[in-house]
Design a protein around this ligand. Structure first.
Ligand code: FAD
Length: 321
């Protein structure tokens, strides 16, 4: 058996979720006495590639092809499937990132494999079965799904698996993929970065604000808290609907689903549609002046108080430490 992991990069650097995915794939390989191959597509330099060996890749494969410089869903899926065939990989692991969500089903079709999207734990392989825990219903529940196919594709929820170093010798090989016109029907020409802040799905800490903050001018306070913690900013839907914050920060059922290690909700009631996108956060801290706010029911820590008094004290306490 062999395990293949797709090592996603952004601008030539591997994403944090790539190290989670490779650590997860390494653990599956170890469970099965298998080898782990990491596949990098796009422009990544040799020193960056070697990092994959540090996290447990027995072999690193690159695909030199100018046309693959930018992410192209169909073409990348085709390359990953070809490398999986060539490496005789029975398990393909990738991140349940924006691109991973598009790639996983395509690879599944090409390999005739069963697909699990949004895995949150290692497969349970007792009694020769292969059962994976994943989130369902926008994070409101977990499902245990058995993959019965010979080949399996798993996309891992960001922040759900601990990164672990497992240094291996650096073995880098090139792979010549066969691509045709149909792989390039929709081509991404350019990505213009809108912000240098950490992206929400990958953020380890998120500071999120709701209508309780009264207006956009009061976000300065949340920005200061986020800066002090190295956190990303998010907001509830009404906040982005009102134009107080950009839609890219809207989390929840109709926004981005997040699963940070720490989610701090300030002046957010905790409506079910908001919780749908944030409830799989590892630790939830709620600051709300209403002790009956529904968010407190799912909070690990709750502060009943006025955000305009609590948040400045929190910032001062963090800065003093
Ligand atoms: P409010 O409900 O107005 O709550 C404000 C909170 O702030 C209150 O709990 C209040 O006690 C507290 N507060 C007020 N002043 C202070 C203060 N000074 N200090 C501390 N606390 C204070 N919502 C989402 O967020 N994401 C979604 O994806 C989403 N999708 C939806 C999809 C559908 C189909 C529908 C119908 C709704 C959706 N909603 C979504 C909206 C959702 O139902 C709620 O209306 C919304 O989450 C409420 O936002 P809020 O908590 O910011 O505002």
């Amino acid at each position: 058996m062999s395990v293949l992991v797709y090592a996603e990069n952004a601008g030539g650097n591997f994403k944090k979720s790539t190290f989670e995915v490779i650590s997860y794939a390494r653990a599956i390989a170890d469970q099965n006495n298998a080898t782990l191959t990491a596949l990098s597509i796009g422009e990544v330099d040799g020193n960056e590639l070697k990092i994959l060996a540090l996290y447990g890749a027995d072999k690193i494969i690159t695909v030199p092809n100018e046309k693959l410089k930018n992410f192209v869903n169909q073409a990348y899926a085709s390359v990953i499937a070809q490398v999986a065939e060539s490496e005789a990989a029975t398990v393909v692991v990738l991140s349940n990132s924006f691109s991973g969500r598009g790639l996983a089903p395509r690879i599944g079709v090409k390999l005739n494999a069963g697909v699990i999207d949004g895995a949150v734990a290692l497969p349970d392989q007792a009694d020769g079965k292969f059962v994976v825990k994943k989130t369902v219903f926008s994070g409101k529940a977990f499902a245990m799904v058995e993959l019965t196919s010979a080949k399996k594709v798993i996309s891992l929820t960001p922040n759900s698996y601990q990164i672990t170093e497992a240094a291996k010798p650096e073995v880098i090989e090139e792979f010549n993929a066969t691509l045709n016109e149909s792989d390039f029907r929709a081509v991404l020409k350019e990505i213009v970065q809108a912000t240098d802040k950490v992206s929400l799905p990958e953020a380890e800490i998120i500071v999120s604000g709701g209508r309780g903050l009264k207006g956009p001018e009061n976000w300065r306070m949340l920005e200061e808290l986020a800066d002090a913690l190295g956190a990303a900013l998010a907001c509830s839907k009404p906040v982005s609907d009102a134009g107080w914050r950009p839609h890219s920060e809207h989390v929840g059922q109709t926004g981005i689903a997040v699963s940070p290690n720490l989610y701090i909700a300030v002046g957010i009631s905790g409506a079910i549609q908001h919780l749908a996108g944030v409830s799989s956060s590892k630790t939830i801290v709620v600051i709300n002046k209403d002790p009956d706010a529904p968010f407190f029911k799912v909070a690990d820590y709750g502060i009943v108080g006025d955000a305009f008094e609590v948040v400045p004290k929190l910032i001062a306490a963090i800065k003093n430490n």
